[in-house]
Ligand binder design. Structure first.
Ligand SMILES: NC(=O)c1ccc[n+]([C@@H]2O[C@H](COP(=O)([O-])OP(=O)(O)OC[C@H]3O[C@@H](n4cnc5c(N)ncnc54)[C@H](OP(=O)(O)O)[C@@H]3O)[C@@H](O)[C@H]2O)c1
Length: 298
């Protein structure tokens, strides 16, 4: 076994002072802005919570939890590449990051498609010091197991598992090729630990996400590439709005199931993602960080 390579910010060509292209994407000047935001001598050092000088790739960044993660990572100083299929939603998120003084890029891609995932990661590598990835692209189609269509089963596995694996593998490969330390955060759910009626495929995919997260974590730990999951309870997003708008379902969740008696928020999930992304969590890998109001403790 080789020596552990996680030596913080030292390994990137940028941090070693190698020449770099500061021109940024045509005409935007964004990359230069990020480069001068802090002194290269200080960038990323001394503040384990900072992502200054690092580039973060966020899939599913157009709305919901991915959007929250993109905003939180940008607030921590990362340059963010926002990925989803809908360019209009991504443009709005990127605009919001820029309005807050951050640096954001938009990349439209279907992350179930390997060629598009490789293109997405290649673009991120070309834009900056890729060190962080969040795989928040995901979906759900509830339904009773006896009637559950195989088309829905396959659709959930395509986005929640296949796309998560493809993204993790491509980002991990990019980091390992450079010998760069990095952090990948996947999106599980409380349903990665427990079952729930009407959620057979969703529970299966989230258990799979936790499995692949742990397997990648142990495979890449010696190389300083950390892989962790965040497992939230229900959060109000476009994905869950239809279930949570049902008063009976909402009451069941809030009054009978959730010890906290309230939904988690997008920001609470984003804070957990930010923690796992930065050096404050440097010894944390293969972990599933629950943001579930106690759901799985009961
Ligand atoms: N909300 C919750 O209560 C909750 C709780 C626990 C876990 N989670 C998990 O958190 C993740 C995000 O959930 P959310 O509530 O934020 O969902 P959401 O509001 O529906 O957002 C999902 C995002 O993923 C993108 N996406 C979906 N399929 C994609 C594909 N094939 N390629 C690229 N992008 C794709 C969507 O954009 P496009 O459609 O434009 O591509 C969108 O930006 C999911 O994995 C979900 O299971 C959510």
């Amino acid at each position: 076994m080789g020596a552990p390579r996680h030596d913080g910010v030292e390994r990137s060509p940028r941090d070693r002072g190698a020449p770099r292209d500061e021109s940024g994407p045509a005409g935007t000047g964004e990359f230069r802005t990020a480069a001068v935001r802090r002194s290269p001598a200080l960038r990323g050092r001394g503040d384990a919570w900072s992502l200054d000088g690092r580039l973060a790739l966020v899939t599913g960044a157009g709305r919901g939890l991915g959007r929250g993660a993109a905003l939180a990572l940008a607030a921590a100083g990362a340059e963010v590449v926002c990925v989803a299929r809908s360019g209009a939603e991504l443009a709005a998120v990127a605009e919001r990051i820029r309005a807050d003084g951050g640096v954001a890029h938009v990349h439209a891609a279907d992350v179930t498609d390997e060629a598009q995932v490789l293109g997405m990661v290649g673009r991120a590598e070309a834009l900056g010091d890729l060190r962080v990835a969040v795989t928040a692209a995901g979906t759900n189609r509830p339904g009773p197991a006896r009637d559950y269509s195989l088309a829905d089963w396959d659709a959930l596995f395509d986005v929640n598992v296949r796309a998560t694996f493809l993204t993790c593998r491509a980002v991990g490969d990019a980091l390992l090729r450079r010998g760069a330390a990095g952090s990948i955060v996947t999106l599980s759910s409380q349903m990665g630990s427990v079952g729930y009626p009407g959620r057979v495929a969703y529970c299966a995919t989230k258990h799979a996400v936790e499995g692949l997260t742990k397997a990648l974590a142990v495979e890449w730990a010696r190389d300083g590439v950390r892989v962790n999951a965040v497992a939230p309870t229900f959060v109000e997003t476009p994905l869950t709005r239809t279930f949570l708008d049902d008063p009976a379902f909402r009451a069941e969740v809030l009054d009978r199931r959730l010890p906290s008696g309230r939904l988690a928020t997008v920001d609470e999930v984003a804070h957990a993602i930010r923690y796992l992304a930065c050096d404050a969590a440097a010894s944390t890998t293969g972990h599933v960080l629950k943001v579930d109001g106690g759901w799985t403790a009961w």
